[in-house]
Write a protein that binds this ligand. Structure first.
Ligand code: 3PG
Ligand code: MG
Length: 399
């Protein structure tokens, strides 16, 4: 890595702005998954231990700035206050002060009174309309609140926003430990894989993953495709897919991918279908070329599980992004569960799971500690796997 990391900075007594990704799922104001908060703790703890004054910034959800009524509703829904409470519980030695503003006197006062080793968490960066536009004045203002800038928001490094990129233009900067770790594992898997290297892609849409499929076809030995996007491939083969998910405008792309991939691309051979999208729907297993016209595919079938297991046998590197079926419904979770289990049982393999749904699935199914690395970034890990430059990392100073 050519970028500076937090250990390259002299942080003692300094005001260190850390962009974290605390965009965690909330249900009725309660955090339902705090892996992203935990992911940033090593950097925060390091700064605390080294007597920095820590200023944390993150976005949470999305805030509409076009319609005033919606702006207020989104702000109320995406208030960071519960996150400060959770953070304090993980850092009992430090005082975490939450400031419910993104600018002004209260924020400036809290920072000027901040003691070494203590923490200020600022309100949701997206309360500011300028955040997502990478507004130059906003970035300069936020940068004026600190002496140094550290990015540890891996989940947001694909966004060129004021708090991810803009601030970095004003201050000495470095990567935090989470970003460093994410980049290390993703680079090892995609750019320097031990072979055989098998990629598994799933999820609902071909359009989300097409660039990843294309990039991985160049570097992986096999690419397994499951989940909702498999039906667009079947449609491209001229098959009946019933009422399954399909993207008609991606059929040509799917055809082109199949032609280019040859037998590198492995598709499911059977499908668990049902007549409705419901956790209580009756599951029926059919061959993938025999989906009834009035039914939809919701998971891969047992023969596909066997086929995928065989394709994974002996793999030394596995990258997985996107579930094999509707794992949120127990009846249709088997494909995702079995594939995940298979990955965890590969001896000596480097296994990396992209963020988003597949990370949620692996954690929910209890495999968290058996995977080499589960990314905290959904969109960010996808863009990394597409081979794109990530602006939030590019903005950081070189060593
Ligand atoms: C995410 O959850 O994907 C990241 O936190 C980025 O959020 P965004 O997709 O709303 O920019
Ligand atoms: Mg997102």
């Amino acid at each position: 890595m050519t970028k500076k990391t937090v250990t390259d900075l002299d942080v003692s007594g300094k005001r260190v702005i850390v962009r974290v990704d605390f965009n965690v799922p909330l249900k009725d104001g309660v955090i339902t998954d705090d892996n992203r908060i935990k992911g940033a703790l090593p950097t925060i703890e390091y700064l605390v231990k080294n007597n920095a004054k820590v200023i944390l910034m993150s976005h949470l959800g999305k805030v509409n700035h076009k319609d005033a009524e919606k702006t207020e509703a989104d702000k109320a829904k995406n208030n960071m206050a519960p996150i400060a409470v959770r953070l304090q519980s993980y850092l009992p030695e430090s005082k975490v002060t939450f400031v419910a503003e993104t600018r002004g006197e209260e924020l400036e006062k809290a920072i000027s009174e901040l003691e070494d080793g203590n923490i200020v968490l600022m309100q949701n960066t997206r309360y500011e309309a300028g955040e997502s536009k990478n507004d130059a004045d906003l970035a300069a203002y936020w940068a004026s609140l600190g002496d140094l800038f550290v990015t540890d928001a891996f989940g947001s490094v694909h966004r060129a926003h004021a708090s991810t990129v803009g601030i970095a233009n004003h201050l000495p900067s470095a990567l935090g430990f989470l970003v460093e770790k994410e980049v290390k594992f993703l680079t090892e898997a995609i750019y320097n894989p031990q072979r055989p290297f098998v990629a598994i892609l799933g999820g609902a849409k071909v359009s989300d993953k097409i660039n990843v499929i294309e990039n991985l076809l160049d570097v992986a030995d096999k690419v397994i495709v499951g989940g909702g996007m498999a039906y667009t491939f079947y449609k491209a083969m001229g098959r009946e897919i019933g009422t399954s998910l399909v993207e008609m405008d991606r059929i040509d792309v799917a055809k082109a991918v199949m032609e280019k991939a040859g037998d590198k691309l492995i598709l499911p051979v059977d499908t668990v279908v049902a007549s409705e999208f419901s956790p209580n729907a009756e599951p029926v297993t059919v061959a993938s070329d025999s989906i009834p016209a009035d039914m939809m595919g919701l998971d891969i079938g047992p023969k596909s599980i066997e086929l995928f297991k065989k394709a994974l046998d002996g793999a030394k590197t596995v990258v997985w992004n996107g579930p094999m079926g509707v794992f949120e419904f127990e009846t249709f979770a088997k494909g995702t569960l079995e594939v995940c289990k298979t990955i965890t049982e590969l001896p000596g393999a480097l296994t990396v799971i992209g963020g988003g749904d597949s990370a949620a699935a692996a954690i929910q199914l209890g495999f968290k500690d058996k995977i080499t690395h589960i990314s905290t970034g959904g969109g960010a890990s996808l863009e990394f796997m597409e081979g794109k430059e990530l602006p939030g990392i590019a903005a950081i100073q070189d060593k």
